[in-house]
Ligand binder design. Structure first.
Ligand code: NAD
Length: 251
């Protein structure tokens, strides 16, 4: 693909200060897009901004706050009048048994991984519709497809993202809106979220044993798949789930 694949496109990415979000942000800009980077990590956004140069926008925000989404929609609307690409990526999980998980911890995981996707979609829908052709990519996980022990709240949240994505795709299509909505399901990716697992050799070995391709993904490999869903190359895809897991869930 040429470097102008996303020329003239405005893309908003949450969780853009680190990991998969950051890799996707850099690739989008490299391929001609204009970036709106949202994250709660102000320092991380500053580092990203320094690497990107002028012409892009960073917004420090907690994606679980509905008030902040109202303000973000207003800021993006005032600046661009539309939004072409929305990558709902911010999120994290915590390992804990169900017995050890408090209701507050459960709600926190649901809020960051799932509520945020609903809020962004709700408040940015008009701007996405204004683009004429828009793409929403929602970050799920292979844990949104298959369960795992000690990951109950994360599995519930990512499974919720998977079906919310399909519901959105159908609703927008029924309304005649040209907004495609797809979910992405990475397996194990080397980011700050998983660094502890890689640091422990025994855990790293167990991890690799479950991956037919025998390696974890680089964030850039997920970014490539996200940008496929964001691009015209996936123009007949909506309500789909794209699995990028080195074969882990094929077994
Ligand atoms: P990461 O920790 O490197 O990046 C996550 C980013 O989200 C951080 O910059 C963080 O500041 C931001 N964030 C977290 N909570 C936020 C909030 N409330 N408001 C605003 N920003 C917030 O992790 P990553 O691995 O790049 O994860 C990105 C997404 O990919 C997550 O949704 C994660 O669940 C998903 N995922 C990761 C893996 C993996 O193996 N790393 C696998 C499947 C899915």
């Amino acid at each position: 693909m040429t470097e102008v694949r996303f020329a003239g496109k405005i893309g908003l990415i949450t969780g853009a200060a680190s990991g998969i979000g950051r890799a996707t942000a850099l690739a989008l800009v490299r391929q001609g897009g204009t970036l709106v980077a949202v994250d709660r990590d102000a320092d991380g956004l500053e580092r990203l901004s320094a690497e990107l140069g002028n012409g892009h926008r960073t917004i420090v925000a907690d994606v679980t706050s509905e008030d902040r989404w109202r303000e973000i929609a207003e800021e993006v609307g005032d600046a661009y009048g539309r939004l072409d690409i929305l990558f709902n990526n911010a999120g994290y999980g915590k390992f804990a048994s169900i017995a050890e998980t408090s209701l507050d911890q459960w709600r926190a995981i649901l809020a960051v991984n799932l509520d945020s996707v609903f809020l962004a979609t709700k408040h940015l829908q008009l701007l996405l519709a204004s683009a004429g052709e828009a793409a929403v990519i929602n970050m799920s996980s292979i844990r949104g497809l298959t369960g795992d022990a000690n990951t109950g709240s994360y599995c519930a949240a990512k499974g919720g993202v998977r079906l919310f994505t399909k519901a959105c795709a159908l609703e927008f299509a029924e309304q005649g809106l040209r907004i495609r909505v797809n979910s992405i399901h990475p397996g194990h990716v080397r980011t700050s979220l998983t660094e502890n697992a890689h640091a422990d050799p025994a855990q790293a070995k167990r991890l690799l044993a479950d991956i037919p391709m025998q390696r974890v993904a680089a964030p850039e490999e997920i970014a490539d798949a996200v940008l496929f869903l964001a691009s015209d190359e996936s123009r007949y895809m909506t309500g789909s789930e794209l699995v990028v897991d080195g074969g882990a869930t094929a077994q």
